[in-house]
Design a protein around this ligand. Structure first.
Ligand code: SAH
Length: 365
């Protein structure tokens, strides 16, 4: 028995070394890393991930102000609380003025990236979004704008980019075709989702993909495919967070994802693609009050406090028990700043674009 354990552990630690050196594993090696996960491996991976992140980004944690512009959505993703068939969801949409007010407050609080996220709401035509983008860019030329508005046409991505959008977040959700179909209604297409990511990249956006950890029916083999996809796609940003059930969805009785596995995967993703901008997500902070700190200590380097008007926060409920829905933006930001300070990190005020160079430290040994 013991011999087998030693043998397995040797393989596990050899794979971690290989990942550190080559930033690449085969799908079956990723799968092995996931299925044979143990505390010791998690600690070693986190240590390597943190040291790599340190070399590139130092102790800086970037903040992104999240503005949830609409919870009206034409899609019916089985996991999502704002899916179109949820009759209990009280719908809202922010006006351009409200969005600009959020930016104003955010700018004052030190945010230099605004993330406009929402359901796929037909009201937000290219014209409407371009109008909002040009106002934000005119008022705050030193800020980056990230969009997270789902699937649109290639032309639309181009128009929004030309109007000033810098980055686009579109989680691939799962890199496995069959798993994708279990999470989405038949009218949604895995192929189209993946195509959108390629189009965003080709348009010139800094592009973010990502997935939920512990989404229903997910297997280690599928997670391995997600990791392989990230390795191939080399996204500038990657959002991963635990799946959390929402009571008014078909997945209401499914188990939530796991904090430790999410952190383990954050470390692996840092080793796969060292410069990636990797958020410790709100979902991670929701399943564990120390989740975001744990995420940073596993290799993440971004946090995304909420800048939405307090009046709509509760309504943008992708999953139940979402944190910070009653707080003012300033409270959200100062809470996170304190949390980061308590673990020796510093929230920084700059756009926080991807760095491809290792920082030259100014501190001699
Ligand atoms: N309409 C946009 C934004 C989606 S919301 C788009 O399609 O990209 C942002 C992310 O929240 C989703 O990509 C999904 O991965 C995550 N999410 C949705 N429901 C969730 C749940 N129940 N638990 C955890 N994360 C969820």
């Amino acid at each position: 028995m013991e011999r087998i354990n030693i043998h397995q552990n040797t393989r596990l630690f050899t794979l971690i070394d290989k990942l550190e050196q080559e930033h690449s594993l085969t799908p079956s090696e990723y799968e092995y890393l996931i299925t044979c996960r143990c505390k010791e491996a998690a600690e070693i991976l986190a240590e390597k991930a943190v040291s790599l992140r340190q070399q590139i980004y130092g102790n800086s944690v970037y903040i992104r102000g999240l503005i949830e512009i609409s919870n009206i959505c034409r899609n019916d993703c089985l996991y999502c609380g704002i899916r179109r068939s949820n009759q209990n969801c009280e719908r809202y949409r922010l006006t351009a003025e409200q969005i600009l007010e959020c930016c104003e407050e955010g700018y004052y609080l030190g945010f230099r990236t605004f993330v406009l996220q929402g359901g796929e709401d037909a009201f937000f035509t290219d014209e409407v979004i371009c109008g909002i983008l040009s106002k934000i860019k005119k008022q705050y030329p030193d800020c980056a704008v990230t969009l997270s508005l789902g699937e649109r046409s290639r032309d639309s991505y181009q128009r929004l980019f030309d109007a000033g959008a810098d980055r686009y977040l579109l989680r691939h959700e799962t890199a496995d075709y069959e798993h994708y179909q279990k999470l989405h209604p038949p009218e949604m297409s895995f192929r189209r989702r993946m195509e959108c990511l390629q189009e965003l990249r080709a348009t010139g956006y800094q592009t973010g993909c990502g997935f939920m950890v512990g989404s229903p029916y997910q297997t280690a083999a599928e997670l391995a495919e997600d990791l392989k996809f990230i390795e191939d796609f080399q996204p500038e940003m990657c959002g991963i967070g635990p799946f959390i059930p929402h009571k008014d969805t078909p997945f209401c009785n499914m188990a939530a994802g796991d904090v430790e596995l999410t952190c383990y995967l954050l470390s692996i993703i840092r080793l796969i693609h060292p410069p990636v901008l990797l958020p410790a997500t709100t979902a991670l902070g929701t399943i564990d009050p120390d989740g975001r700190e744990k995420g940073i200590l596993s290799g993440a380097n971004v946090v995304m406090p909420n800048l939405s008007p307090v009046s709509v926060r509760k309504k943008y409920e992708l999953y139940n028990n979402k944190i910070c829905t009653g707080d003012e933006s300033a409270q959200c930001k100062s809470l996170l700043a304190k949390k980061m300070e308590s673990i020796g990190y510093e929230i920084v005020t700059d756009r926080g674009d991807i760095k491809n160079q290792i920082e030259k430290t100014s501190h001699p040994e």
